[in-house]
Design a protein around this ligand. Structure first.
Ligand SMILES: [Fe+2]
Ligand SMILES: [Fe+2]
Length: 271
């Protein structure tokens, strides 16, 4: 297995300019699906960092520990940069803070304490599998091509780093608890959680535009999940891929996707 190069970069985005409300190709559904990810990433990433921190002393492999530190730095940076975009959504008139506050409290006060640290790590590994899937689809199909340059950079930078560190949470889980039942629990809870959070946030934003049940919304939803990007079928097949007892994230040869992004998009590297 080739050594992983996980680099902490600081893109330091600023979002002073105004963006179209439906900035992704004029599609309310596609835009709000991406906006909903922006809203849930900070909650999710802070949860990943807490989960990995709680089990870090049980990780004995030196390399893996080092990778875990880099993972933490990358996730903290993602969370910070996406949170900056909240202000743009507020300037556009969206009410978002209440929803983010509720989702955050649900994770911190109820969801996380309900599970053991090993189970939280298994859920983190499952969620990392989903973010790597989204990253792969987004970079491979250039999903953001109709977005403003800066938002392409925000999402594609994040996606490329998700690909870079895609195996870290899985390897940490394997070292602290190698049971197949934990892996199964982790991916199942991860899919339910991710679908619920992304679904509620997307609906919340579309509802504020009064576009929830419009023909165009339904058409874009169908195209994204079933006919064009086929996200639903990819999500199902990738769920089963994770259940293969011999699964490992590095078996998916997708490093090229992140490398070619960083060849073009240079930014300050911290380590
Ligand atoms: Fe991330
Ligand atoms: Fe990640």
């Amino acid at each position: 297995m080739k050594p992983r190069n996980i680099i902490h970069r600081k893109p330091n985005f600023t979002f002073e300019e105004e963006f179209e409300k439906h900035w992704l190709g004029g599609s309310p559904f596609k835009t709000h699906f991406l906006n909903s990810l922006t809203l849930i990433f900070p909650t999710g990433e802070k949860y990943f960092i807490r989960s990995i921190n709680k089990v870090l002393k049980k990780v004995k492999k030196k390399n893996l520990k080092q990778e875990a530190y880099q993972f933490i730095k990358q996730e903290a940076q993602h969370s910070m940069e996406h949170e900056k975009f909240f202000k743009v959504l507020e300037r556009q008139g969206y009410d978002i803070r209440k929803l983010v506050g509720i989702l955050d409290k649900l994770v911190t006060n109820y969801f996380e304490p309900f599970f053991s640290k090993e189970s939280n790590m298994a859920i983190t590994s499952g969620l990392e599998h989903i973010t790597a899937l989204l990253a792969e689809i987004s970079l491979e199909e250039n999903f953001l091509k109709e977005a403003p340059q800066k938002l392409q950079e925000l999402f594609n930078w994040h996606a490329a780093e998700e690909i870079e560190h895609r195996a870290v949470a899985f390897d940490v889980l394997k070292e602290i608890d190698d049971s197949y039942q934990k892996r199964l629990l982790g991916i199942t809870v991860a899919y339910v959680l991710m679908s619920a959070y992304a679904g509620v946030s997307t609906v919340h934003l579309l509802h504020q535009d009064k576009l929830l049940f419009k023909k165009e919304t339904v058409k874009d939803f169908t195209s994204m999940f079933f006919t064009d990007e086929k996200l639903f079928f990819k999500a199902v097949s990738i769920f089963f891929r994770y259940l293969d007892p011999d699964f490992h994230p590095d078996k998916q040869d997708i490093d090229e996707l992140s490398e070619s992004f960083f060849n073009v998009f240079q930014m300050a590297k911290v380590a």
